[in-house]
Design a protein around this ligand. Structure first.
Ligand SMILES: C[S@@+](CC[C@H](N)C(=O)[O-])C[C@H]1O[C@@H](n2cnc3c(N)ncnc32)[C@H](O)[C@@H]1O
Length: 340
């Protein structure tokens, strides 16, 4: 396993013992961009996995999305955590370890870290994120803010990170899955993910699950198709990433971003549309890909939930939905799932 401690060139107040990063991304076949891109572009309909949005630029673009007026999700979840963080952390007894899946910049996590540090002297935070750059920079920023914090981080796909966490014994754990990251999973994958997460928890431990709620089509479609075009840039960056990392020659101006709410399936579907008939070459894959005019690459789904769905998902995966908090506009839900 490739591991990394902060180097001695780091600011002095972050001691080497405070940050430990396990970098599993390179050895994890599920993080294999090349193979997944080949598979995705040679099947019909064409598709990519959403985890590939998050290279260094993609992670930064996501941070910009969180500031957009149309993207209400981050503000709504932040409002809930501002208000209820103490109540949330009180649900797990004793000194608690904090785990977070897909932590990104961990901005909202600060509210829970602060609540836990009001309750206990020290805190071990264990974030897992596929984006090694986001993980490292967010960890450094957190350690500069909180002297009583220690971080053991995994740059890894969720499942690879969870397999590592399952090898360690912890006493009390609060796990976080914020930002409605759960929305990217199809129903079967969501079950598989929550079961894997349940394996690293003990009875009485808790998972705080952020889930975006079903609402009007116009609000949902605007959230994924903002007027400034930041979400379009985030989506098309996957093509730019393939150009950078795999020697592709996608002409980004010949593709467009598309987001539609599929009410029957209860999900916003995100696509990249080919604006014309074209052939793209990807050197490192020795691959030529034909696109017809209007042909789509399906890049992401964002499933929207109602509280009944969340309760059923919890019950099917070894949890019970103990409590749900919502923002004032009732757009977003933070669900406390207790491991049973
Ligand atoms: C939508 S962002 C949310 C970030 C943060 N949790 C928030 O609420 O603002 C999704 C995060 O999950 C990470 N991620 C996406 N797919 C992943 C996967 N399969 N395994 C691990 N991390 C993943 C991304 O790198 C990104 O930081």
């Amino acid at each position: 396993m490739s591991t990394k401690r902060v180097s001695t060139t780091e600011p002095k107040h972050i001691s080497e013992e405070k940050l430990f990063i396990h970098n599993l991304v390179k050895r994890d076949p599920r993080a294999g961009l090349a193979e997944d891109v080949r598979r995705g572009l040679t099947t019909q309909p064409k598709r990519f996995l959403p985890k590939y949005f998050y290279d260094e630029l993609g992670s930064q673009l996501f941070e910009a999305i969180c500031l957009l007026p149309e993207y209400y999700l981050t503000r709504a979840e932040n409002e809930i955590l501002q208000r209820y963080a103490d109540e949330i952390v009180a649900t797990v007894a004793g000194p608690t370890t904090l785990i977070e899946m897909g932590s990104g910049s961990a901005s909202k996590t600060r509210l829970l870290i602060e609540a836990l540090l009001r309750k206990q002297d020290e805190l071990l935070f264990m974030p897992i994120d596929i984006s090694a750059t986001a993980l490292e920079s967010s960890s450094r920023i957190l350690l500069q803010s909180y002297p009583r914090l220690n971080i053991e981080a995994y740059a890894a796909d969720y499942f690879a990170g969870l397999a590592e966490l399952a090898k360690e014994q912890r006493t009390h754990t609060l796990a976080l899955f914020l930002g409605s990251n759960i929305s990217n999973f199809d129903p079967e994958e969501a079950l598989k993910f929550l079961r894997a997460l349940r394996q690293v928890l003990h009875e009485g431990d808790a998972l705080l699950l952020g889930a975006d709620l079903k609402k009007e089509k116009s609000v949902l479609e605007a959230a994924y198709n903002d007027a400034l075009g930041v979400t379009a840039a985030f989506n098309l960056n996957v093509l730019a990433r393939i150009n950078r990392e795999l020697g592709g020659n996608f002409d980004l101006r010949a593709f467009s971003h598309c987001a539609v709410y599929n009410q029957d399936a209860g999900r916003v579907e995100i696509y990249i549309d080919s604006n014309r008939e074209q052939t793209v070459t990807i050197d490192k894959l020795d691959l030529q890909v034909q696109f017809s005019e209007g042909e789509q690459i399906h890049t992401e789904n964002s499933y929207k939930y109602d509280l009944e769905n969340i309760g059923k998902l919890a019950a099917a995966t070894g949890f019970t939905r103990a409590q749900t908090w919502q923002d004032q506009k009732q757009q977003f839900s933070s669900n406390l799932l207790l491991a049973v």
